[in-house]
Design a binder for this molecule. Structure first.
Ligand SMILES: [Zn+2]
Length: 664
């Protein structure tokens, strides 16, 4: 993910206790920060001024947010909430001032900038300073709850508390049904207290969105796509329709394997996949089920995780040797930490190498000094991976808790995609420093991941000599499908839920039911125990308490295949799409960089056309890429009854499906 546009999602909240005392008079700092309109200013001058003021405000907010995400405590949260409050107040002021230019003559760039100005936050704040302050506090508090969420079991000396990373480890590695269920339920228990905050949060952002002229926050989110909110909702439906048959085949194959592993009573729930058995807390990436789903055992040797684990082990032994014979426990521990950091940096260097091989610059020195590579020991942090542009002037960082496994390895490539986008468009005016649309931002690094073919992985020493033949190909395609295809319906359902929450078709007393209805409808997954309204399962996914729009990830998973194909073409590659890597190809790199440099300065359709020749999002490259796998899956599933019936229940239909104007 990417934290930056930033300011947007961010919010931070001060501790409940310290704030409640001053809640009554939170207004002064906020109002005093409201920028004054300048008499006689033209629209062009206004935008120039906003760009200037934004650039100045930007580093402080990012520093506060960085601190509150890498050092969660009451103080850092208070500072972050205040900084966010200042930013949102300023933003409201700019948006208000922009109104007087409506209908006036102005340059196309200025007109676009004014449009973008209204979309600079995903958290539209009410003008009322007390409510604005309340909003930033809630937002910060929810993010803090997520970051410090911990599931404790046992009593006294046997008491054990585990955070998300440890609970994810269970899902990744354990194949014990009950252990996985415990880890899954344990993590979801941390979200229960968020329900009240989220309900209030929704009221407040909706009020802000209405004041800005949107029907609700969901409509505002759908307004950032150079088409109407109704059109983009319909676009996502259309794209999902293109890839759904492929997903259904993967779902069917996976269900068969789960039944083989856990028995037909436990391996499925009325034809749906049990949520806690998918190797991933949210069933958004099934790559951890490789042991169960690998089509041809051991063919193609794409076990990146064990290669990384071996690297870690070797590094650890080197560090231990440095400490000398008979090292104390302390020294052993220090060696462990040193090895973890070493391996995390090596993984990041490999990712950087992919980008520089295309002719892109090396990451600045400060990146290596200021990035959070591994989880600190002495404090709570938000481990959720993110990329940061701190000052629009080269201070870029990533924040991760890297472990030596394939998922984290590819996540680094993903996050560096954001960083290189930032670096490339830093020369644009601040209002144009964004993705062509937010799906583009998410797609850059993933395009590189698609180019991580067995040949590439072998060339960097991660896997052995690639094997030829259909079995190796199917294994390699399956590896990619478990990350990419399994994600698609998940990428869609999160905002289907939020759009419904924001437009009121999903009411607070149906939050959880609507969530699971959508999970069933799109993903075909289900919990194995009842998840009533005393739970708040959406809150157990970072982007809900973190308020990051999610449609971008769905779009990214379509766009990245289009980018990939475009770059393969640019590199002069001829052959099946899945076999293409443009690693090391400067022509492709140049074309990519040219796209990144454009930022959000023009409609995304134009930017897409420059790279791919088409101005329309289209999933046919996804289907072309996975052609061999889809054929193979159909053979495997022959004779099986595929698909599933979602318990249609009283699920309120999300607004997007209504397709009526105004509602989105
Ligand atoms: Zn991202």
């Amino acid at each position: 993910m990417k934290q930056r546009h930033l300011l947007l999602a961010l919010a931070i909240g001060a501790s409940v206790i310290s704030l409640s005392a001053c809640k009554k008079e939170p207004a002064e700092p906020a109002t005093s920060a409201t920028p004054a309109a300048v008499e006689g200013e033209t629209a062009d001058q206004f935008i120039a001024r906003v760009n200037d003021e934004y650039r100045k405000l930007y580093p402080e907010i990012n520093s506060a947010q960085w601190l509150s995400s890498t050092y969660i405590n009451d103080d850092s949260q208070m500072l972050a909430a205040k900084a966010n409050e200042r930013y949102l107040t300023q933003l409201n002021g700019w948006i208000e001032q922009a109104r007087k230019f409506e209908g006036q003559k102005m340059s196309p760039d200025t007109a676009r900038s004014i449009q973008l100005l209204k979309l600079m936050t995903a958290m539209p704040a009410p003008k009322d300073p007390a409510k604005l302050s309340e909003l930033t506090q809630i937002a910060t508090r929810m993010e803090g709850m997520y970051g410090s969420g911990s599931y404790c079991t046992g009593e006294g000396a046997a008491k054990q508390c585990r955070q998300l990373g440890e609970l994810e480890d269970v899902l990744r590695s354990s194949r014990d049904y009950d252990q996985q269920l415990d880890a899954w339920q344990g993590w979801h228990s941390i979200a229960r207290p968020m329900r009240k905050d989220y309900t209030r949060f929704t009221e407040l952002v909706n009020e802000g969105a209405k004041e800005m002229g949107f029907a609700d926050t969901g409509e505002m989110w759908r307004s950032g796509y150079d088409m109407t909110p109704v059109e983009i909702a319909a676009e996502t439906d259309r794209l999902w329709g293109q890839v759904k048959p492929l997903y259904e085949q993967l779902h069917c194959y996976t269900r068969t394997k789960l039944e083989a592993q856990y028995g037909s009573d436990k391996g499925q729930v009325n034809g749906l996949l049990p949520a806690h058995l998918m190797g991933n807390m949210w069933q958004q990436d099934w790559g951890n089920l490789w042991d169960m789903l690998e089509p041809y055992k051991g063919v193609g040797s794409l076990d990146i995780t064990s290669a990384l684990e071996k690297e870690y082990q070797a590094d650890y032994e080197r560090e231990l040797a440095k400490a000398g014979a008979g090292a104390t426990i302390d020294k052993q521990f220090a060696a462990e930490r040193a090895a973890q950091l070493d391996v995390a940096k090596q993984m990041t260097e490999r990712a950087q190498d992919f980008y520089t091989s295309l002719g892109m610059p090396k990451l600045p020195e400060s990146y290596w000094a200021k990035t959070q590579f591994i989880k600190p020991l002495d404090r709570d942090v938000v481990c959720h991976a993110s990329a940061w542009d701190m000052n629009m002037a080269g201070d870029v960082r990533t924040k991760m808790c890297i472990k030596p496994n394939e998922e984290d390895f590819t996540t680094i490539y993903h996050e560096l995609g954001h960083i290189y986008y930032d670096l490339a468009y830093n020369k644009q005016p601040p209002l144009f420093q964004g993705g062509a649309n937010d799906g583009f931002h998410e797609a850059i690094g993933d395009t590189m991941v698609l180019a991580m073919t067995p040949k590439y992985l072998n060339s960097i020493g991660m896997v052995g000599t690639p094997q030829q033949g259909n079995e190796a190909l199917i294994n390699s395609q399956m590896r990619m499908a478990l990350a990419k295809v399994s994600f698609l319906p998940f990428g869609l359902m999160i905002d289907r839920w939020r759009w419904g929450v924001f437009d009121g078709s999903i009411k607070p007393d149906h939050y959880n039911q609507a969530w699971w209805d959508l999970k069933a409808k799109y993903q075909g997954v289900a919990p194995v125990t009842p998840r009533g309204e005393d739970f708040f399962d959406p809150g157990a996914k970072y982007h809900v308490p973190g308020n990051t729009p999610y449609t971008r990830y769905f779009l990214s998973h379509i766009l990245q295949f289009q980018f990939y194909k475009g770059l393969c073409d640019a590199s002069g590659y001829k052959g099946p799409l899945y076999d293409c890597t443009f690693y090391g190809n400067k022509v492709a790199g140049q074309k990519f960089w040219a796209m990144l440099e454009k930022g959000s300065s023009q409609p995304w359709q134009a930017t897409l056309k420059e790279l791919t020749g088409s101005d329309k999002a289209d999933a046919s490259a996804v289907l072309e890429y996975f052609g061999p796998l889809q054929t193979w899956l159909k053979q495997q599933n022959e004779g099986k009854t595929c698909g599933w019936a979602a318990p249609s229940a009283a699920a309120p239909k999300p607004a997007a499906d209504k397709g009526t104007a105004g509602k989105g």
